[in-house]
Design a protein around this ligand. Structure first.
Ligand code: FBP
Length: 258
């Protein structure tokens, strides 16, 4: 686990992601969660091992953030065309000044621009490791040649790419079933794998069953946003996530106590 150890409880962790304002725009938000203070409070008091955001939120709300900080160093809007590229917008040095314990970087494998992101990541990874920071790779297959971005073989390819390029952890999408996700975890070697949450599921049970599935498949945890801060009761959802991921409880077991 190495550099990710500091984010682990019982060998697992839960990361709260709040960079969707850039990636998707405010359409993801409502009156409550459009306010960074609302989500930072969840990160601080909900049992999270890291709060992931862009540098603007980290800087403007700095004094409120108590959870370990994971600053995304690149990002893009969703307006951009078919072959995505996310360029660096924050230096490792700035992330250190803002108090980050880790940095994040997105690579879209399969995009016509993958080589540019890989090159940039190579430099960032070396700078971050020299500065003592952990490096989390958001790694998503995307672009014209990617037929199915959550197919087991594509997500496993993504996880392996994160290992090969020197990331300390890989954040990938769910493949839809435990067996294929087990192979994703195997492909990542000894770096921890985190599942990205995705859009809010129809029911909380559905989301929690994905979460149980990935941890039983060997994932280290999840890096989740919408399914938490769009929840009617984010603190209740956070508690259930802690029970499943950190305490290793089964879904049936937590249903009895919820
Ligand atoms: P969610 O749990 O809300 O899906 O967040 C995870 C995440 O990786 C965010 O960090 C990021 O903003 C978003 O998903 C990117 O989603 P996509 O590129 O698939 O639209």
């Amino acid at each position: 686990m190495g550099r990710m150890n500091r984010f682990m409880r019982n060998g697992r962790s839960i990361i709260l992601a709040y960079d969707q304002g850039l990636e998707h725009g405010p359409t993801d938000f409502d009156e409550r969660n459009v306010d960074p203070k609302f989500v930072i409070d969840i990160a601080n008091r909900g049992g999270y091992d890291a709060f992931a955001c862009q540098k603007g939120i980290a800087e403007k709300y700095h004094e409120l953030i108590e959870a370990p900080l994971l600053i995304k160093l690149n990002g893009k809007t969703k307006i951009y065309g078919k072959e995505p590229i996310a360029a660096q917008n924050c230096s490792v040095e700035k992330a250190v000044k803002l108090g980050a314990s880790a940095v994040g970087y997105t690579i879209y494998i399969g995009s016509a621009h993958e080589h540019e992101m890989m090159k940039e990541f190579g430099r960032i990874e070396e700078e971050a490791h020299d500065a003592g920071l952990a490096v989390v790779m958001w790694i998503y297959p995307r672009g014209e040649y990617v037929k199915d971005d959550t197919a087991g073989d594509m997500v496993a390819y993504a996880a392996r790419t994160a290992l090969e390029l020197g990331a300390d952890a890989a954040k990938v999408k769910f493949t839809g079933d435990r067996e294929s996700f087990r192979w994703v975890v195997r492909a990542a070697g000894n770096i921890p794998v985190y599942m990205a949450g995705g859009p809010k599921t129809k029911s909380e049970e559905e989301f929690l069953s994905h979460v149980s599935g990935v941890v039983e498949s060997g994932a280290a945890g999840i890096a989740v946003g919408r399914n938490v801060w769009q929840s009617d009761d984010p603190f209740r959802t956070s508690k259930l996530l802690n029970q499943i991921i950190i305490e290793g409880k089964g879904q049936k077991e937590i249903a009895k106590t919820a």
